[in-house]
Design a protein. Structure first.
Length: 98
């Protein structure tokens, strides 16, 4: 469960201290996407494209999982502070298509 102050939730109708509904958040994002992206685009396809683009620039699986929000079965990846935001930003810049 996500534990943050109510004012900081990105999707306050779908996530709060008492409950969370990721399917509802995905539906809200897909609704927004329909007006901002070509027909047929959904959040799920963007996540796959992002993973493919990060692989193409030889980004590590650990960083890809962190950027995409995927969980990992490797316990060692949960040790320490994780990948610094500046490093994540660098990888996102590398994968950008001109």
């Amino acid at each position: 469960m996500i534990y943050r102050a109510a004012a900081s939730f990105d999707f306050p109708r779908q996530f709060n201290e008492q409950s969370h509904n990721p399917n509802s958040a995905t539906a809200a994002l897909n609704k927004w996407l329909r007006t901002h992206a070509p027909e047929g685009c959904v959040v799920h396809s963007f996540r796959h494209s992002m993973r493919d683009r990060l692989r193409a620039v030889e980004c590590s699986k650990e960083v890809i999982d962190r950027i995409g929000g995927w969980s990992s079965s490797d316990v060692g990846e949960s040790y320490g502070e994780g990948v610094p935001l500046l490093n994540l930003s660098d990888w996102l810049q590398k994968m950008m298509i001109d």
